[in-house]
Design a protein around this ligand. Structure first.
Ligand SMILES: [Fe+2]
Ligand SMILES: [Fe+2]
Length: 193
């Protein structure tokens, strides 16, 4: 009898949850790390995990949520914006060293962003995905395969950009406005009446 395609023993929500736990543990280790090389190694690991996880979600999971889950479009729209903010900080972190004075602050903010995003996924998105009737084990199989492929590839170069499709002109304006506004404010204390 031909055997059905081997399925992951877990559902997609469990697989993603395991990833979330792993990254949370790495952030915790970073908070305890003391020397620069240890911090650098942890940042590399965090970036790799987040890169692969986000890609698997965007390629394998979010399209199904969008198609099949109730309020899927809104959920995925918000999740994609959060991914974008996370990737911005990841790109910044990919270029700084363990001794950089901004490292801790950037990792802390990244951790907060990820924590918020993971909370939304686990509370809202996973619930809606379970209710949608999608084949969660099949999704886990696909996600696991894609994850293994991505893990075998080197981490791509990341560029920090906040450009949003179709909004380039406004972005440019914002940059131009932000630059020359260095007219020194009056030295005196600002008083509000
Ligand atoms: Fe996500
Ligand atoms: Fe996630």
């Amino acid at each position: 009898m031909p055997k059905a395609k081997a399925k992951a023993a877990m559902e997609i929500t469990e697989l993603l949850h395991q990833d979330h736990l792993k990254v949370s543990e790495l952030f915790f280790q970073f908070s305890k790390a003391e020397d620069d090389s240890e911090k650098e190694a942890l940042v590399q690991e965090i970036l790799t995990e987040l890169h692969v996880h986000a890609k698997v979600e965007e390629e394998v999971v979010y399209p199904v949520v969008e198609e099949e889950a109730e309020e899927g479009e809104e959920l995925v729209g918000e999740a994609n914006v959060e991914h974008k903010m996370v990737k911005y900080l990841m790109a910044e972190l990919s270029q700084i060293s363990g001794g950089d004075k901004e490292l801790d602050a950037k990792v802390t903010v990244l951790c907060e962003l990820v924590k918020h995003h993971v909370g939304e996924e686990e509370k809202e998105m996973f619930k809606k995905l379970r209710e949608s009737g999608a084949d969660l084990e099949e999704l886990a199989t696909q996600a696991q395969e894609r994850k293994e492929e991505l893990m075998a590839e080197p981490l791509p170069t990341m560029t920090a950009t906040l450009e949003i499709e179709g909004e380039e002109e406004e972005e440019e304006d914002a940059k131009v406005k932000a630059l020359p506004n260095k007219k020194a404010p009056a030295k005196g204390k600002r008083r509000s009446a």
